[in-house]
Design a protein around this ligand. Sequence first.
Ligand code: C2E
Ligand code: CA
Ligand code: CA
Length: 759
Amino acid sequence: MITFIVALVILSIILLFCIARTYWSTKAIAGSVLRLLASSLLPILGNVILVAGQNPVLADAGYIIYFVGTDVMLLFLLRYVLLYCGYEHVHLSILVSVYSLYSLDCLALVCNPLFHHVFSTRQITLPSGLIYYQLVSDWYHYLHLVLTLLLVLSIFLILLHKLFTSPKIYRERYLVILFSMLVVFLWEAYYILANIPIDMSMIGYIACGVLIYYFSIEYVPYYLMDRMLSNIVSHLSDGLLFYDEGGNCIYANDSAYHLFHLKEKRLETLRQLVESTIGSDWPLPDNTLCSRRVDAGNQELTLEFSMRSLYDKRHLLIGSFINIQDRTEEERRLSLERYLATHDKLTGLYNADYFYQCAEKLLRDNPEREYLMIGSDIKEFKLINDIYGNRTGDAILVKLARTIDHYATGESVYGRLDNDRFGLLMPKDHFSEELFVEGSKTVPYVEADMNFPIVIHVGVYEIKDRSLSVQIMMDRAFLAIAGIKNDLEKRVGYYTDQIRDDILWEQRISGTLEEALRNGDVVPYLQAQIGAGGKVEGAEVLVRWNHVSEGFLSPARFIPILEKNGMIVNMDRYIWEYACKILAHWKSLGRTDLYLSVNISPKDFYFLNIYETFVDLVEKYRLDPRSLRLEITETIIISDIKHRLQTIMKLREYGFILEMDDFGSGYSSLSMLKDLPIDILKIDMKFLYQTQAPQRGRTILDLIIKLAKELDMPVIAEGVETAEQVEFLTEMGCDMFQGFYFAKPIPLDAFEQNNHIGS
Ligand code: C2E
Ligand code: CA
Ligand code: CA
């Protein structure tokens, strides 16, 4: 008896210790464990009071505390088991019903002193001499036992269910609790059934409590973790090889065999393979990576090896492992990215950035060698794209890229710079113009039905100044192309500083036009046109530019530039309006006898509605259209003939007089006469006198004038410089003259003065 109490006390102290540990635990389940452990003290307390009380009243109280305590403890056990098994979301109504039922049971138990419906006691003396109050059950006690049994059964069922539905590695957790509870239950049942006075099963209660405490609070599932880790290791996509502290290979996972294409899992074979692959770097120092290409069946893999040593808490070597990662995909992706970042998608040549990078390197690596920077450009490529579609355009680019590939020598670098422009850096002694011309001729007709000749222009810059950036060198190569201009035969152009200066000049001229027009730097000069009697009948308006930085410019210097970029339109409109203002002014002075004739460039027809422009002008200034003569050249009807003839016709119908300028300079002037509805022919003496045989020129002049007479067309001879010219022209029947012999082009006020206008 004494030993029982002592054992009980010791175990209670252990239990109290567990309670304290649980109290400080931060685990989610700790609260539930704490309540369970604390509640398990109740039946123990009841038992101690019953045994140690030696008095009938205390014995009654002890029994009641014992019964009620068991209820409370079992309810907490139920709650704990639900949590432990992960069934915490049991329907609330079930819990409420269970708690209510057992609260009623507790109430019934507490009421025993009033009704004696649960038990009464009978005093017996134990062999040891101690008094013990034995329980005499009444009907309610049996009911209480049934209720208790139901609760215990449900707890068992919950644990059993969990046991059979969990993965194997978890079963241990449930099995231990289930088993210890089973032992306690059987032990307790034995005491109850045998009605033995001293309930040793209390010891079981405590032991079970300690187990619950241990598994819920203290237990670290190493076994479980080991199982999980080894599971992870064997399923890892990385290959792993483990070595013990003596350097013996002890394990390799599936991936390691797989990466080395080994079907049979022979650890020694794998180890040898891995170590020989790492080769001279074996054994790898800790935390260093080494990459190797490995032949795995029908493909080559890129594997990355790393090695790590493992130490325990005392820094003693436990072993090491090799980690093998398959980097093949990554490597492939990287090299694809590298390729895309450095190559042109369409042609597969280097892109501009990479070409320049490589060109720079080639020049840097060969400081003594002479190089050429070469650019190529397809003439009218945009037009080809427009007419034949982008697919044909692309096909031409690809073909050109192949040609460059074919002709470029090993010591060159080349790439596609943008659109239709390619770049090539080549040693000077590898270059030959013939080869380039030949190469460019292999590209032309990509499609059978294509009748658009593809002209490839090549610009060459001989690298003299190494301090220039490769981009500027390339710019110079392209300036050389710009220098080819409209030379139809020329395919290869060479950079000179003159070309650069010309282009800079062009840029300067185009860039300052707008401002010059605003500032009045662009002015009309007038050159008189003389009638048969030596009388001034009108004048041709000839533009002059008093340029801010370049000085006085004659049209030959800037008109071709403005014609090339289309800015001629702005200048011409300005001059035409100027001419109208002059005419309006003369008209206001009563001088309607004089006319002005203005020049129209073929580009004006391209960008402007010529008919509307001139009609608007004469209407705005209220002029007789006959006073504004229009000079056109035969080149205007080289393209869009039908439409332009219509315009000319409409202008004449409106009343304008149209002059054919520079007649005799073109190739087909005579045949042109029958198509072009024109009022007056202007014949430039210059063209006839350029020929080697002046007599022939004179014959032609004679014929033209006769032909004009035949067609009833007046003729103006321009460029007349001598009295002799005037004489034979008059003889031939020429009506009018314009030339230095009579007057040079002069400013407006000088012209007005000479002709007594406004004075
Ligand atoms: P053009 O229309 O054939 O004009 C006649 C050119 O011959 C003028 O040159 C004039 O100065 C020059 N000239 C006149 N008499 C003689 C002579 O006896 N001997 C020589 N050697 N030359 C003579 P300019 O003014 O330099 O104009 C050159 C060309 O520029 C013009 O040739 C015309 O095509 C163009 N041009 C001039 N002004 C304009 C304009 O306002 N608009 C357009 N689109 N072109 C213009
Ligand atoms: Ca003219
Ligand atoms: Ca002319």
